[in-house]
Ligand binder design. Structure first.
Ligand SMILES: Cc1ncc(C[n+]2csc(CCOP(=O)(O)OP(=O)(O)O)c2C)c(N)n1
Ligand code: SF4
Ligand SMILES: [Mg+2]
Length: 289
């Protein structure tokens, strides 16, 4: 279960955006299990390494299963769990460093398979746990312990990246908007395919961008987040690209394919069409006559 490990002493800093994500995960799992009348233990939270991944030890209330894996490998672990028991609801919690740096190579294959899991990616634009180094989403020119003269790379654009890789359900959220985030995570978990909820989750300790995201009237800062228009059609990939490329942080579901089969259905269909052979028949087929 996800209960805190007493040998692992960890606390999020006051004001960390991950608190809002935690609340949204707790409520969305609870709502889904109640609606579908399934045990909470049918949910598995698979965590990467990072402040964000520590989520798996901090979930309160009814406990899903938890698997704290290794840095960057949430998707392969989720793949194994889902294939071992397709009835489980698998929810990944990972950071921008974990998912988009070392873990990036796994997104494409998971998308092509339409692996039926949900990834909640907490993007704070920094490696929080290891004390503030630059991550793939850190902006050009930002000074961090690993970029003392300013970062030389442009930031990756996660929403465009997910669409380009073929992820079949892409949503964008903000940790301070817990109600919207809860709905997005629940809908993503109910979606039969690979869903990513990319959450702007500020790190007040190493990259305090809360005012930039939500705006600050007193400081004359306009909010960077904005709701996706109500008439947006998420099944239209070209409209999804328009939203992903527009300035600012859109809040809502950009894209939902809704047509592709989830991996477990593909496997059942393909395996069901194969001629069934027992092990002796397979061995005999190698005999040279
Ligand atoms: C294979 C491997 N490489 C590097 C590390 C060190 N490490 C631990 S957490 C982390 C980065 C965490 O950043 P992110 O995924 O963005 O999570 P955050 O702490 O910001 O939530 C790194 C580089 C590791 N644990 N394992
Ligand atoms: S270092 Fe940043 S991401 Fe990590 S707990 Fe503190 S505020 Fe949150
Ligand atoms: Mg991070």
């Amino acid at each position: 279960m996800t209960k805190r490990n007493p040998e692992y002493d960890f606390k999020w800093c006051p004001g960390c955006g991950d608190f809002g994500v935690k609340r949204a995960i707790e409520v969305s799992i609870q709502q889904r299990t109640t609606e579908q009348d399934i045990p909470v233990a049918d949910n598995v939270v698979v965590a990467g390494i990072g402040c964000s991944g520590n989520m798996v030890h901090l979930i309160e209330g009814d406990q899903p299963f938890g698997f704290h894996g290794i840095h960057g490998r949430t998707l392969p672990l989720a793949f194994g769990i889902k294939m071992g028991n397709p009835n489980l609801n698998v929810l990944i919690v990972a950071g921008d460093g974990d998912f988009l740096s070392i873990g990036l190579e796994h997104i494409g294959p998971a998308a092509q398979r339409n692996l039926n899991v949900t990834a909640v990616v907490m993007d704070n634009g920094v490696y929080g746990l290891t004390k503030g180094q630059s991550s793939p989403t850190t902006d050009l020119g930002v000074i961090t312990p690993t970029t003392p003269g300013g970062k030389v790379e442009e930031p990756v654009k996660p929403l465009e990246l997910y669409l380009a890789m073929g992820v079949t359900h892409v949503a964008s959220a903000f940790s301070s908007q817990v109600r919207e985030l809860t709905t997005m995570i629940r809908d993503a978990m109910n979606y039969p395919g690979f869903s990513i909820v990319h959450v702007q989750s500020p790190c007040p300790t190493y990259n305090d961008n809360l005012d930039i995201l939500r705006g600050n009237l007193k400081k004359d800062v306009a909010p960077k987040v904005y709701p996706i228009s109500e008439d947006h059609d998420p099944t239209d990939i070209s409209r999804a690209w328009d939203v992903a490329r527009a300035p600012g942080v859109p809040i809502g579901v950009l894209y939902q394919d809704g047509v592709s089969e989830p991996l477990e259905d593909r496997v059942n269909r393909i395996v069901g069409g194969l001629r069934q052979r027992d092990s002796q028949q397979i061995l005999d087929s190698f005999e040279i006559t």
